[in-house]
Write a protein that binds this ligand. Structure first.
Ligand code: UDP
Length: 244
């Protein structure tokens, strides 16, 4: 199976068609952006690291019964995925207050959130990915009421599985972003990636707020040692086998 045409180039990945219309090839790039692409840079080796982490986490989620677009990882930066129609939504799950939640609510960084919060954002760069209410989401016909319920319950189940997995890695899952797609039968399938670009991950062996950060906040906030933090996440994730 070889990559054919470039279908789409995003900020962190390139999507290629293959000789099978049901299968696409994702290439993970080293490019990094933040703040709606106002900050740009490159994190050396990030593509390979995020591809390996995402592949492992998708395998883990599949083993636990979550349908994902993941097929296999044919190369260090390459993932074969099932073709889906991506819903223009970013589904964010939060276990601990950080980032935009702190900015918008005044909650202190590190405040535990129980039960976890599920939020929907409109994936639209021109509008700055705004936070949506459920009613706005329905008004805009971005999903049906039934799909919203399903997205919410899938996101919470994925959260449980990932919290548990990262716990074995000595990592606290603070928050993360998911994207979903619809397959040919209109079934909802987890898509995109799950990596230090899309999750906030805190090292449980560090108490210092700057040292514990193992994710893209190191890039966003110029904390340094970005590459090594991503590498450490990968080492710990890959050291924990996929379990049924
Ligand atoms: N996130 C993401 N892509 C986005 C926006 C957010 O992957 O376009 C992730 C982010 O890395 C974090 C979570 O979603 O793990 C919540 O992000 P938040 O809303 O706090 O926004 P931020 O502080 O990143 O602007």
């Amino acid at each position: 199976m070889t990559a054919q045409q470039k279908l789409y180039e995003g900020k962190a990945k390139i999507l290629y068609t293959t000789d099978d219309p049901d299968i696409l090839l994702t290439y993970f790039k080293d490019d990094a952006t933040a703040f709606n692409a106002q900050k740009r840079g490159s994190i050396q080796g990030k593509g390979a690291v995020n591809c390996a982490i995402s592949s492992h986490l998708f395998r883990q989620l599949e083993a636990k019964g979550i349908p994902t677009h993941f097929i296999d990882q044919p190369g260090t930066n390459e993932m074969r995925v099932r073709t889906v129609k991506i819903l223009p939504l970013e589904v964010v799950v939060r276990n601990i207050a950080a980032g935009s939640l702190c900015k918008q609510t005044g909650l202190a960084l590190g405040t535990p959130i129980s039960p976890p919060l599920v939020e929907f954002y409109y994936k639209n760069d021109d509008l700055g990915d705004p936070l949506l209410t459920r009613d706005r989401l329905l008004l805009m016909r971005l999903a049906t009421a039934e799909q919203v319920e399903q997205l919410q319950s899938m996101a919470l189940r994925i959260n449980e599985i990932l919290i548990d997995f990262f716990q074995h890695c000595g990592i606290t899952l603070v928050d993360f972003k998911l994207e979903f797609g619809l397959d040919a039968e209109q079934k909802i399938i987890l898509a995109d990636e799950i990596s230090p670009d899309t999750c906030r991950l805190w090292d449980q062996s560090e108490t210092d707020p700057a040292r514990r950060v193992m994710d893209k906040d190191r890039f966003r906030q110029d904390l340094g040692e970005v590459e090594s933090a991503y590498q450490r996440v990968m080492q710990r994730v890959l050291a924990n086998p996929v379990s049924l």
